[in-house]
Design a protein around this ligand. Structure first.
Ligand SMILES: Nc1ncnc2c1ncn2[C@@H]1O[C@H](COP(=O)(O)OP(=O)(O)OP(=O)(O)O)[C@@H](O)[C@H]1O
Ligand SMILES: [Mg+2]
Length: 317
């Protein structure tokens, strides 16, 4: 008998794990209200609060199905190929990589794939030492701290930046060895800008096959950046006037369209909002207005843009 799976009412699931999808695989599951999927529902509730990220949200459902069936096959004492769940996250800064890594760590814990599900965030300096022998030790220590959880290495491509003589190579070799020695004990996520990560993988031919899942984090559009801003403002119990919203949208739209290589997306929005809040505080003290409405309202004048940016905006107008 075929088992049916319940996800949240609106979620249909496609179990497609390779890039090549055939028609059959693309068919969504029929849903059965009798089976509950708490870890997925919890995860979807959290993902639902994130703006955009359609591909990531879709991939997460695939991942869930994959883990679920993995467990079911184990329970049915069917053959289960020991599988590593290491991943690559490709995307620019501030596109939500760390946020998603944290949510996935929780999922792995809830699905009992990892006992602890903690997230250890690291970058080049946490792996690479300054003298011979130090790098291997540092990398091993880092993996040790990550056992039972997720090791997230940001800007991973920087490990192969220095070429053959650089200790970064030693870090990669040690990581690969640790991935073999601790196959099921931790999950490694390597993250970084898309092009740099592709280059990194090309330079390390042993690596790509070790990462069965690749998540892409595209830059946000102007509308998405505004939605992120509104959400952050709401969460902090503020609100914007219509004029402030218009000014902010114009600014964010222009920023997103400029495609600056290292534009920091959500992180940039957070900085802008925090700056607006500081400006509002200065204005309120100056105006002596402290009623509830004033305390909550961000005005267009609280959005102070850099001189050169204002000039650019004027030129664009
Ligand atoms: N889709 C989203 N919806 C709401 N907030 C978001 C979204 N994406 C990012 N953010 C917010 O933007 C900020 C940066 O996100 P995060 O740290 O996850 O990005 P990152 O890709 O890890 O960045 P970096 O490369 O700089 O480490 C956080 O405050 C996060 O909450
Ligand atoms: Mg990050």
């Amino acid at each position: 008998m075929r088992e049916a799976y319940t996800f949240t009412k609106n979620s249909q699931i496609n179990v497609v794990f390779s890039q090549k999808k055939d028609k059959q695989e693309d068919m969504p599951f029929s849903l059965d209200e009798r089976v509950t999927h708490e870890p997925l529902e919890k995860l979807e509730a959290q993902l639902g609060r994130l703006v955009g990220m359609d591909q990531v949200k879709h991939m997460v459902r695939e991942l869930y199905a994959w883990l679920y069936i993995y467990r079911k096959r184990e329970e049915a004492q069917l053959k289960v190929k020991r599988q590593s769940f290491h991943m690559l996250f490709k995307g620019n800064p501030g596109t939500g990589k760390t946020t998603v890594a944290r949510l996935l760590s929780d999922l792995f814990r809830d699905m009992e794939i990892l006992p602890k599900g903690h997230l250890v965030e690291a970058e080049r300096a946490d792996l690479v030492g300054e003298y011979i022998g130090q790098t291997a030790q540092k990398t091993r220590d880092l993996v040790k701290r990550s056992l039972g959880g997720v090791l997230f290495i940001d800007e991973a491509y920087s490990l192969s930046r220095g070429g053959e003589k650089d200790f970064g190579k030693e870090a990669i070799d040690t990581l690969v060895k640790q991935m073999e020695d601790h196959k099921d004990d931790f999950i490694l996520i390597l993250a970084g800008y898309s092009e740099e990560m592709d280059e990194f993988l090309r330079m390390n031919p042993g690596l790509p096959s070790r990462f069965p899942m690749i998540f892409s984090f595209p830059d946000y559009t102007g509308v998405e950046l505004l939605d992120i801003a509104k959400q952050m403002i709401n969460e902090r119990e503020y609100r914007m006037t219509a004029e402030a919203q218009k000014k902010l949208f114009r600014h964010l739209k222009l920023k997103s369209e400029k495609c600056e290589s290292h534009f920091s997306n959500g992180r940039y929005v957070r900085n802008v909002i925090e700056r607006m809040i500081r400006q509002q505080a200065v204005r309120l003290v100056r105006e002596n207005s402290f009623d509830r409405d004033a305390l909550m309202t961000l005005r267009a004048c609280d959005l102070v843009l850099d001189e050169h940016f204002l000039m650019e905006q004027e030129n664009e107008a």
